[in-house]
Design a binder for this molecule. Sequence first.
Ligand code: DAK
Length: 258
Amino acid sequence: MGFIDYEVEGFVGIITINRPKALNALNDEVLGELEQTFDAVDLGAVRCLILTGAGDKSFVAGADIGAMSTMSKAEGTAFGKKGNDIFLKIEKFPIPVIAAINGFCLGGGCEISMSCDIRICSDNAVFGQPEVGLGITPGFGGTQRLARLVGAGMAKQLIYTAKNIKADEAYRIGLVNAVYTQEELMPAAKKMAAAIAGNAPIAVRACKKAINEGLQVSIDEGAAIEEELFGSCFESYDQREGMANFLRKKDDPKKVPE
Ligand code: DAK
């Protein structure tokens, strides 16, 4: 692939958007390759993904403004759909995806990070939805996901003003879970991914599904979704072993309680 790198370390897959000369901006080809990469992930072997950008300056500086500048209405709609389809695929991907945000995270970049389960960033990261300054709306889910993540008031402020914010402010408003130095970012992402991958994969997948689907419905419907997914974990090897293991340790006289 020209613009996407994919490597696997243990149970963790690392997807890198590799178009650093354009600060990893998303054009048609990048989006197409990204979709193919997600489609090719071996879900029998990989339990958690990390999504990051190549270089030390940018995660993704947005959708490609050059490519969008001459689009017709129909082309703009098709481009928006392509982005939305892949971002929805990431959001609903069976295993967790961690965005390791290593610099500019603007427009479509912020939107792709918000389709991931967890966002962590480097201290040089810059976030924003600059679209209204370019005469468009956020088109890859920004109006929907930002409000769900940081609340409607803050999302409206960021989107209407088109003002960028730095990593510490993104942390303060809950857009990212943690801020690291650039050197620490990928090791931290890998450590978190390995911790997730070390847990029962069926249960982790079920948790992702329960949280995502529950956010779309009433609390009663959400509870029903949870019940079903909870039940689906039983009789699995992980459930039987995980619980038996706990009980074995409890019965072990040598075990000192922590
Ligand atoms: N698109 C294309 N190229 C970009 C780019 C982008 N978003 N961002 C940066 N680049 C390119 C620059 O053109 C430059 O290329 P060369 O001139 O070297 O060939 C190279 O990356 C380095 O950028 P700079 O020279 O500008 O670097 P600086 O450090 O000076 O500035 C910057 C970095 C991130 C502050 C600046 O590049 C910048 O402001 N970039 C644009 C950021 C932005 O506005 N992003 C949001 C794009 S709008 C929709 C679908 C999707 C969307 C909307 C609607 N539908 C169809 C419904 C999404 C929209 C967006 O994401």
